[in-house]
Design a binder for this molecule. Structure first.
Ligand code: NAD
Ligand code: TDX
Length: 342
């Protein structure tokens, strides 16, 4: 089968590409990525050596380009990771979130309708459900929880989900959706909580914790997320939504203190800063459906996953130091500019 992985130069998409190359060496993978600030081609360097892998630079919201690509490549499965993914950026400037996350999803699905597809899979988020109160630990998001978004980012993701379900009902496009909790692990862009805190703690810089640091996230090791998506695209039912989460709830303060302890850095680095506007209090996924239907369970406990992640960041300093210095933006032109489609 030929898989088109959009957004594969980002955090989860790249981990998914490595998961697929390892577990399904018989398949071919075409990565389509615009290489925004969040896309890092050096992340895919090992994959480039694999003859089953191809990289194409392009925008999922560019209809003409996407149609031409589908006509040429005719993928069997499309897994859409491409998105603007950072909540804080969506608060600063929502426009590109609407363009990529909503319009881009529509453009991809229109191409799927025109050229045929076995499955279009939308990688969504638990943020579409809004948040849960801190004083109700008995509550969890199920697939039936109503959409109740807080940020321009989550509203754009919820809009895309509605579009995907509409294409299923009206056009019978074979679709599926997964809604996942916070991921962490290798190749996580250092603007997000965990890699930001690791890189800043290593530099003995203040660690900016929003508000009181009491907000709760349900952390999932990225490889467990990839395993779940792999199951859904191959064995999951069409037209269905599957929640993916690890029952690994931690307050932000707990996460930051764990990182400091592992790195043997003082808690005095913690600096409380003004809260994120509209900041969601707690996310917590009920993953019963994907467990019962497809047998998926997360394999990595938070204590193990955070150690693996810190080890990875210590062993791959060049990767994130190049991002912090801006050097990674030159990688495409110097290494691949002449060799790849643009
Ligand atoms: P990321 O920001 O690390 O990567 C996004 C990738 O998409 C980048 O490589 C970027 O270049 C590419 N991209 C952006 N706009 C594009 C466009 N118009 N055309 C083509 N490529 C484009 O994001 P991530 O954390 O890997 O998230 C991947 C997906 O998973 C997103 O859809 C996100 O909403 C969802 N998600 C993320 C998390 C999480 O914890 N990171 C949790 C749940 C769901
Ligand atoms: O500097 C910070 N200080 C801080 O306290 C940052 C960057 C974050 N935070 C807090 C805000 C959140 O409560 O940490 C928590 C996690 O923040 P992010 O890493 O920005 O993730 P979040 O907003 O929870 O969204 C993530 O999970 C769901 C992804 O970025 C989304 O793409 C995904 O859909």
């Amino acid at each position: 089968m030929k898989l088109m992985v959009t957004g594969g130069a980002g955090f989860i998409g790249s981990n998914f590409i490595y998961y697929e190359l390892k577990h399904h060496p018989e398949d071919t993978i075409l990565c389509l990525d615009k290489l925004t600030y969040a896309g890092n081609l050096s992340t895919l360097e090992p994959a480039m050596k694999n003859s089953n892998f191809q990289f194409i630079r392009g925008d999922i919201a560019d209809r003409e380009f996407v149609n031409a690509l589908f006509q040429k490549e005719k993928p069997d499965l499309v897994i859409n990771f491409a998105a603007e993914s950072h909540v804080d950026r969506s608060i600063e400037d929502p426009g590109i979130f609407l363009q990529t996350n909503i319009l881009g999803t529509g453009v991809l699905m229109d191409a799927c309708r025109t050229y045929g597809i076995k499955r279009y899979h939308q990688v969504s988020t638990d943020e579409v459900y809004g948040d849960l109160p801190l004083d109700r630990p008995d509550l969890f998001f199920t697939e039936e929880t109503k959409l109740h978004t807080s940020s321009p980012y989550s509203a754009s993701k919820a809009s895309a989900d509605l579009l995907v379900l509409a294409y299923y009902r009206t056009f019978h496009l074979p679709v599926s959706i997964t809604r996942c909790s916070n991921n962490y692990g290798p190749y996580h862009f250092p603007e997000k909580l965990i890699p930001l805190m690791i890189s800043r703690a290593l530099a003995d810089e203040p660690l900016p914790v929003y508000g009181k640091g009491e907000n709760v996230r349900d952390w999932l090791y990225v490889e467990d997320h990839c395993a779940a998506i792999d199951l859904v695209i191959r064995k999951g039912r069409e037209g269905e939504i599957y929640n993916i989460g690890g029952h690994n709830e931690r307050t932000n303060l707990e996460v930051v203190k764990t990182i400091l302890k592992e790195l043997k850095k003082p808690e005095s680095l913690i600096t409380y800063v003004t809260d994120r506007p509209g900041h969601d209090m707690r996310y917590a996924i009920d993953p019963e459906k994907i467990h019962k239907e497809l047998g998926w369970l997360p394999q990595t406990k938070f204590e193990d996953g955070i150690r693996l992640t810190i080890k990875w960041y210590l062993e791959h300093r060049q990767w994130w130091e190049n991002i912090l210095s801006g050097e990674y933006k030159n990688y495409f032109n110097t290494m691949y500019g002449k060799r790849l489609h643009q």
